[in-house]
Design a binder for this molecule. Sequence first.
Ligand SMILES: Cc1cc2nc3c(=O)[nH]c(=O)nc-3n(C[C@H](O)[C@H](O)[C@H](O)COP(=O)(O)O)c2cc1C
Length: 308
Amino acid sequence: MANLDVNFCNVKFPSPLVLASGILGVTGGSFRHSVEKGCGGITTKSLWKERHPGHPNPTMFGNEHYLMNAVGIPDAGITKAVEELGEYLPTRKAPLIANIVGGHKDEFVAMAEALAELPSPPDIVELNISCPNVEDEFGKPFACDLISAADLTKLVRAKTDLPLAVKLSPNVDNIGEIAKAVEAAGADAICAINTVGPGMRWNIDLKAPMLSNGVGGVSGPAIFPIAVKAVYDIYKAVNIPIIATGGVNSGRDALEIMMAGGTLVGVGTAIYYHGDDFWKKATDEMSAWLDGEGIKNIEDIIGLFHKI
Ligand SMILES: Cc1cc2nc3c(=O)[nH]c(=O)nc-3n(C[C@H](O)[C@H](O)[C@H](O)COP(=O)(O)O)c2cc1C
């Protein structure tokens, strides 16, 4: 059987498949449950310093091709997050990536500092700079501007020794350059991609938008080609590892996006489609393919498409 262990920022993951931010990664119990079902690591939902209400319902609309969401990143704030992390981290069976968000730069810094001081800190901190609701002083997500993305990374880097991943947006025409700027500013890893769009759908009978927010980020199988291209471009641009995320819906998809350059593979919307049986099914599919090809270590396929 092929070895599925992956080394990511000197942290050992028992499988490259990790839960993406915002899907089930909410409580200590939900972190443990996903790991018991076979996922190789957890990313928490985005954590805010203060309580954050999010948007009113309806916040999600989906079909077999994509999911559109505008949850607005609801969160109970750092006190509750510390409680839930404290329930999981001291006895964790798989690594945890703490995804943090803030309305302005100081909030990101404060969150990173607070997490580093925990008795059992997370394995990696991930900056969500790519959510459409989180803007720099010019009204764009930090990840849509090379200088804003690099400045924020540099600020947080100065305040924590924990491995630092930065989550990028696909809604730019230069994701490779942004990844490079973030790497130069001190990031240890890149996560890509966040949701695409935003998109918009309407109910023609009610003459009303499907989401209370009017627009929402698009995820799921329809965005997979965009994610593969983003990961391919980032791999070419940087020397730090990538959490390849976006539309992965099977074990074969996971292998493909690793060959485009992903070291870890983030899985979000597929859990909405397949439930948590996804982890075992996808892992079995990956193992069978690797065995069929005679590949002993999954790490050997990372970036394979760049060698062709
Ligand atoms: C309902 C929902 C909530 C999400 N919440 C977050 C979040 O809190 N922070 C974040 O960085 N990304 C969030 N995302 C984006 C996902 O982590 C992921 O980047 C994106 O959905 C693409 O992957 P997927 O197609 O596998 O879902 C969310 C996505 C969905 C569908």
